[in-house]
Design a protein around this ligand. Structure first.
Ligand SMILES: C[S@@+](CC[C@H](N)C(=O)[O-])C[C@H]1O[C@@H](n2cnc3c(N)ncnc32)[C@H](O)[C@@H]1O
Length: 218
């Protein structure tokens, strides 16, 4: 189990953080948590405010994943919370032949996924993965598991442990100090579990999670 920032090449803009920091009502959060059209392609108050493919996001990150996990055409990888499959699409292009699968609870995201990867994706829940034990060399889940309650995250981590053969990487909403906690609370729309990084580490350990992890800190 290692704390490692495999997302360091993912571009981040301050503008997004500020836009998302605007006042949000319980109704905004409830709508966002449905992970439907409003969350992906609706008003900015309810989520992304338009979720479309741009190579500049994942293309620079894939080589980091590739090197860290030694991914080749012979590898297999599952992305939990794959949304419209943008990360998987870039992985398919940059590591030709790799066996990929994506899972997301959002019917809308899967129905509107990038066409080239849509056949690899399915609707499903991180809490109960529809795969056999040891189905994938590597399992990745970016900014997804914090959308569950704590006890559900324990179950989801055990599911990752069950379906992976050798490695995994997850990122979750976290903070390192009071200022980051305040910004996280202002930013948050869908997360049900946000913790300090030290709390997450203890939590992962107790859950028996053996993979790698890092933080989303707005
Ligand atoms: C913040 S988005 C991240 C999408 C993508 N991983 C990325 O980094 O661009 C969170 C995703 O988690 C999905 N999600 C939320 N709860 C889930 C669950 N219980 N099982 C599977 N996916 C879930 C949402 O539909 C959404 O696509």
């Amino acid at each position: 189990m290692a704390e490692i920032d495999l997302m360091e090449k993912y571009p981040r803009t301050k503008r997004n953080v500020e836009a998302r920091g605007e006042e949000k009502s319980p109704a905004d959060r409830a709508l966002a948590r449905q992970f439907g059209k409003d969350f992906f392609d609706g008003d900015r108050r309810h989520g992304y405010g338009g979720f479309s493919y741009n190579a500049r996001f994942w293309e620079p990150v894939i080589p980091t994943f590739q090197k860290h996990f030694g991914l080749t055409a012979q590898s297999s990888l599952l992305d939990i919370g794959c949304a419209k499959g943008f990360m998987l699409y870039d992985m398919m292009r940059l590591i030709p032949g790799i066996k990929l699968a994506g899972l997301d609870v959002s019917e809308y995201a899967i129905a509107n996924a990038k066409e080239e990867v849509r056949p690899l994706l399915r609707v499903g829940d991180a809490r109960q993965l529809p795969y056999e034990d040891k189905s994938f060399d590597v399992v990745i889940s970016i900014n997804t598991l914090h959308n569950l309650e704590k006890d559900e995250i324990v179950g989801a981590l055990k599911e990752i442990e069950r379906v992976k053969k050798r490695g995994s990487f997850i990122t979750v909403d976290a903070y390192r100090n009071d200022e980051e906690k305040r910004r996280m609370e202002a930013w948050n729309l869908t997360a049900k579990t946000m913790m300090a990084v030290e709390e997450w580490k203890i939590f992962f350990d107790k859950a028996g999670y053996t993979g790698d992890f890092y933080w989303f800190i707005p």
